[in-house]
Design a protein around this ligand. Structure first.
Ligand SMILES: Cc1cc2nc3c(=O)[nH]c(=O)nc-3n(C[C@H](O)[C@H](O)[C@H](O)COP(=O)(O)OP(=O)(O)OC[C@H]3O[C@@H](n4cnc5c(N)ncnc54)[C@H](O)[C@@H]3O)c2cc1C
Length: 450
């Protein structure tokens, strides 16, 4: 008899993982705590419930990284995409979904499979043996969260997301910004130039504080409290505490000399730190914020050097349980300390319905290959799936690891193409062409191995 795969959490990731493994002939048990145990965001007992917006975002598979992820999941016979397509609502270039029939259809499709069983109940411990995937999402129950923390260590599991905005490096104006670590700290030149600095004079700083104070902010969801803020206040809360607070915090101007104007002392400096090994993404240090997205782009583009900034992701603070995956998981999303347990979905540090389902798809296939004793070719880094899994399991900077949406900043550059805004259309097309070909080859190799 083939060994069973147990999946904890029947959300976006768990449902897709179950579907993929079951299609490959593996018996699957899904352990879902709802409706017995509720979360503050879910409303039903259905699998794959969409907790907030009903959008899977852009469906453009040539010019958009999430659209490309849709394409790859469709090519891999993904349940979440097929069901989203079936329940599609008109939404221009976006894939919007009729949420209740969508979740009902996913639930019915899984329950209709002869080798899938759904057991309703909360799992509170990490299992010692058997093959498991934990896909309990951003609202992982407290008991299981504590068990994961006991295994991984307090610093390796976050219970909320304090996201500083992430900027595409190529959209930063280097005629205003410069590379330098405070007091040129570090042994190597790379360390001494680890930060990208954007200077402000007094007038710019005062205008920035006014804009921060006036900006529209999002409210907290029920169940989220200001207690989450300890040690990482949003910038607008710092500004509310005093107009000078930021200048003594993340915007302090000390230990830095602007090579463009060495004789002028900056009144404040915004620092950005490299966010991935490729050097294509930079996060704005200490700039977690609850400003609404529209207000956020407007305010952040007031920073000299960031006037034309494009954001790989905007900042935010909300409840979100996620692992420090770059240190804890191996390339197959197995917990290094307990390789019988894989993680999938938002808990691995991806963000969004589509990305979570995508990591479920990979985890399901990986677990099935292991159970069936089939070789598994490495997921190609040039596919959207590969770019994402590579980022969370090693490509991202572990110290500043924050949940990530799929975006072209995670992709290796294509040689010989123009950088900057003008070359963007050709570049994105080249990324998506290369990704589709790599993904198709991978799916072919998996099928041959079976
Ligand atoms: C309030 C909120 C709003 C969001 N809004 C959006 C949005 O608009 N768009 C977007 O793309 N993403 C949004 N997200 C992120 C969204 O949750 C994820 O993108 C996606 O649902 C994550 O998929 P998942 O499978 O990892 O987790 P989930 O879909 O949350 O599934 C996890 C499942 O595990 C179950 N579970 C938890 N603990 C246990 C346990 N101990 N035992 C058994 N079962 C358990 C839960 O009941 C749940 O069914 C939001 C998240 C939150 C919290």
């Amino acid at each position: 008899m083939t060994q069973e795969l147990h999946i904890v959490g029947g959300g976006m990731a768990g449902s897709e993982a179950a579907w993929q493994a079951a299609q490959l002939g593996v018996p699957v048990v899904i352990h879902e705590m709802r409706p017995k145990v509720e979360t503050f965001a879910h409303r039903t007992g259905n699998l794959a419930e969409m907790v907030c917006s009903n959008s899977f975002r852009s469906d453009d598979d040539e010019q958009n990284a999430v659209g490309l992820l849709h394409w790859e999941m469709r090519a891999a016979n993904g349940l979440i995409m097929a069901t989203a397509d079936k329940n599609r609502l008109p939404a221009g270039g976006a894939l919007a979904v009729d949420r209740d029939p969508f979740a009902e259809d996913v639930t019915a499709a899984l329950k209709a499979l002869p080798n899938v069983w759904v057991e309703y109940g909360e799992i509170t411990e990490l299992p010692c043996d058997g093959q498991w995937i934990i896909a309990t999402g951003p609202l992982t129950s407290s008991a299981l969260g504590e068990a994961i923390r006991a295994e991984t260590g307090a610093d390796a599991l976050a219970f909320f997301d304090a996201i500083a905005p992430i900027v595409y490096a190529e959209s930063i104006d280097m005629s205003k910004a410069w590379m330098q670590s405070r007091y040129d700290k570090g042994e190597t030149e790379a360390e001494q130039k680890a930060y990208l600095n954007c200077p402000m004079d007094r007038e710019q700083y005062e205008a920035f504080i006014d804009a921060l104070l006036a900006a529209e902010k999002t409210e907290f969801h029920e169940g989220e409290t200001a207690g989450y803020f300890d040690g990482c206040l949003p910038i607008e809360v710092m500004a509310e505490r005093g107009r000078e607070t930021l200048r003594h915090g993340p915007m302090k101007p000390v230990g830095l000399t602007n090579p463009h104007q060495p004789e002028v002392k900056a009144h404040a400096v915004v620092q950005l730190r490299r966010d991935n090994a490729l050097g294509t993404l930079y996060n704005i240090v200490g700039f977690q914020t609850k400003m609404k997205y529209g207000a956020q782009t407007e305010v952040l583009r007031m920073i000299p050097g960031l006037e034309a900034a494009r954001f790989a992701r905007l900042g935010g603070i909300h409840r979100n349980t996620f692992l420090n995956s770059p240190t804890l998981l191996d390339a197959q999303m197995r917990l290094k300390s307990r390789p019988n347990i894989r993680f999938a979905g938002q808990i691995t540090g991806v963000e969004g319905y589509v990305e979570s389902a995508a990591m479920g798809l990979l985890a399901g296939r990986m677990a099935a290959a292991e159970i069936l004793g089939q070789p598994l070719p490495e997921v190609p880094q040039d596919s959207a799936m590969g770019a994402l899994i590579h980022h969370i399991t090693g490509g991202a900077e572990a110290k500043t690891f924050q949940p990530m949406n799929v975006n072209f900043g995670l992709f290796r550059p294509v040689d010989g193409l123009k950088g900057g805004r003008r070359g963007r259309k050709d570049r994105y097309k080249a990324y998506t062409d290369r990704a589709k070909s790599a993904w198709t080859d991978w799916l072919g190799a998996m099928a041959n191995a079976a």
